[in-house]
Design a protein around this ligand. Sequence first.
Ligand SMILES: [Zn+2]
Length: 219
Amino acid sequence: MKPAYIDIHSHQKISHPHQGIQSFNAQDLLSDIEFPEVFSLGLHPWNISNTDIKKALPILDSLSDNPQLVAIGECGLDRAVSTNFETQKEVFISQLRIANNRNKAIIVHCVRAFSDILSILKEEKPSIPIIFHAYSGNADILQKLIKYNTYFSCGHDLFDERSKANRIINHIPLNRLFLETDDWNGSIEDIYDIASKKIGKSLLELRHQIYYTYKSLIL
Ligand SMILES: [Zn+2]
C-alpha cells in the first residue's frame, strides 16, 4: 500500500489522522469548537496582542491532556511583527514547557529569531520533537538546530526558485524533513511532487520516508 501524503502543518481541514495535522489557533481555543481526530493547537505570535494570554495558556495546558492533540503550535518567535519580543518569548517558553510536560511535539513558527530559539533550546533542553514549519533559516543554523530533536518543514515556497526553502531543502536530512500546505490553497501532492524533484528522490521514497517519520513521532 502506498503511504498517504502527510501534511505536517495545515490550516485547512484534515479529516483523517493518517494525513497530517490540522492546526488551530488561540481564537479556536477560546471558543467552543469541535476538534478533529488529530490536531495541533497553539498561540501564534501574531495573535498574542489580541488574546487574553493569562486565560489561554491554562486552557491550552488542560486541553493538551487530550490524546487527539498531538502537537502544540503553531507558536514561536517573529521579529517581523510589532508584538513585544520579550512577551513573545515568555509565551513561547510557556508553550514549550507545556509540550515537554505533556510529551507532545511542538510546531514552531520562527521569523528572524533562530538565535533566540537556539538559546531557549539550550536553556530548556526539551526532549520532544520540535518541528520548524516553513523553515527559513540558513544551513549554518540548520547544523546547530539539528543537534536537538528537530524537524524541518517546507511548503509552497518551493515553487519560488529564489526562496529560502529552495536553498535549504537539500541540506535537510531526509529523516528530518516534512512537507506542509500551511495556509496555501493548493494540494499537498503538488508540494511532494516539486520536493521530490528538488531533492532527487522518487515520489514514493519521499512518501514512505515522511510517513515513517510522522508515524514515529506522532501516531
Ligand atoms: Zn501556519
